[in-house]
Structures are given as C-alpha cells and as structure tokens.
Design a protein around this ligand. Structure first.
Ligand code: CTP
Ligand code: MG
Length: 191
C-alpha cells in the first residue's frame, strides 16, 4: 500500500461518514419544541434525556444527513457511476444513509441518557462522550444492518486506517463545529 492508497482510504472513509457528521449540527438549527422524552423523568428524579433532545432536532437533523448523502451520491456518480463512490446500489445506499444519520442521533441521545443518569445537566460537559457518542451510534446501527459495508470500508485490512483517522479528527471537528455554532448564536455553550 502506497501513500496515495492510504490517503484514498482515509479520505473516502471521511467522505462516506459525512452523513453521520451533519445531523448533530443540523439538530442545533432545527431543534426546539417537544422534547423526545416528553418532559418525563426517571426514578432518580432526573429527566430521561432532557430538553436538549427534541423531535424536531431528531428528524430535521437526520433528514439533513440523508439529503447530504444523496448530494454526495450525485456528485460521485459523475466519476464513478457504478458504485456511487462507496454507498453501493440504490436502496442499500438509502438504507446506509438512514442508518448513518439516525444512528448518529440515537448515539447522541444515548449520550444524553447516560449524562442524566450520572447527574450531568443538559449542556454540561461530558468529555469524550460528547465528542464520540454519535460516532458510536452511527457505527453500531449501520454495522448491525449493513455489516459488510462497515467491514469493507472501516475494518478490513488497511481500511482500519479510515476508522482510526475518523476517531483521530473527530475531537477537533466537534470542537470547531460547536465553537462556530456558539459564535453564530445557535448554541448556548461553545462545546
Ligand atoms: N438538539 C435537538 N434535538 C436533538 C439533538 C440536538 O433539538 N435530538 C439541539 C438542542 O437545541 C441542543 C442542541 O441541539 O441543545 C445541541 O445539542 P447537544 O450538544 O447534543 O445537546 P445539549 O443541549 O448539550 O444537551 P445534552 O447535555 O443532553 O447533550
Ligand atoms: Mg452539548
């Protein structure tokens, strides 16, 4: 494997994962209204998920990820009409996009669930979990429904470098995205 091959693996791994990265940011824009837990608390007296997880954020965020994915398929079909540059044939690619974007936000909700159980309030920091919950959610949901796709792109042989690359850059990507959202007045905290 030469340098160009390794770069291709890492960049296409990032490209394919973009539909999982957009939903969190899009949820900040579309979010608001009824919370996913409908305001309910658990026996520990704390909210199940909290006011930071809303239905509008979930569906607005996830559908933004799917639309971005369709755009990426459109762009890549110009030079690779056979494979849509990695998402595979129609229906399986729609399925993968749905798994990546909804999986990301399910992971985000699981993160909030764990934060509440640990007594960490909405919007308070929970290092590592805040940055990686959506990555874990996206890989679990996509991995269960499309195991060959995840294995082929992120695990098999040198492709593991794509996964390691994603994990390495996600901390910085998350920080920058939240900082921008904070500066634009979309978020209350810069993390
Ligand atoms: N958001 C939403 N619905 C979602 C996810 C996010 O409405 N399913 C919006 C909320 O306005 C939320 C913002 O996006 O405040 C930022 O998301 P995030 O940082 O994940 O939520 P926090 O407010 O920090 O809450 P938590 O502590 O539960 O993570
Ligand atoms: Mg937060």
């Amino acid at each position: 494997m030469d340098v160009a091959g390794i770069l291709t693996i890492m960049l296409s791994g990032l490209w394919l994962f973009l539909p999982a990265m957009l939903p969190n940011s899009a949820a900040v824009i579309f979010g608001g209204g009824t919370p996913v837990d409908f305001g309910r608390s658990m026996k520990d007296g704390r909210r199940i998920l909290g006011d930071g997880k809303t239905w509008r954020g979930l569906f607005g965020g996830a559908l933004s990820g799917v639309l971005l994915g369709i755009l990426l398929i459109g762009i890549s079909s110009f030079w690779d009409p056979s494979d849509y540059w990695g998402y595979g044939p129609f229906w399986s690619n729609v399925g993968i996009l749905l798994c990546l974007s909804f999986g990301a936000l399910f992971g985000d909700m699981l993160g909030s669930f764990l934060k509440r159980r640990l007594g960490i309030g909405r919007g308070e920091k929970f290092p590592v979990m805040d940055q990686y919950d959506f990555v874990i959610g996206a890989f679990i949901v996509t991995g269960v429904l499309f195991p060959h796709w995840v294995y082929g792109n992120y695990i098999e042989g040198w492709n593991i470098l794509a996964l390691l690359f994603l994990l390495a850059i996600m901390f910085g990507v998350h920080r920058v995205a939240n900082n921008v959202a904070y500066r634009w007045g979309l978020k209350d905290e810069p993390w």
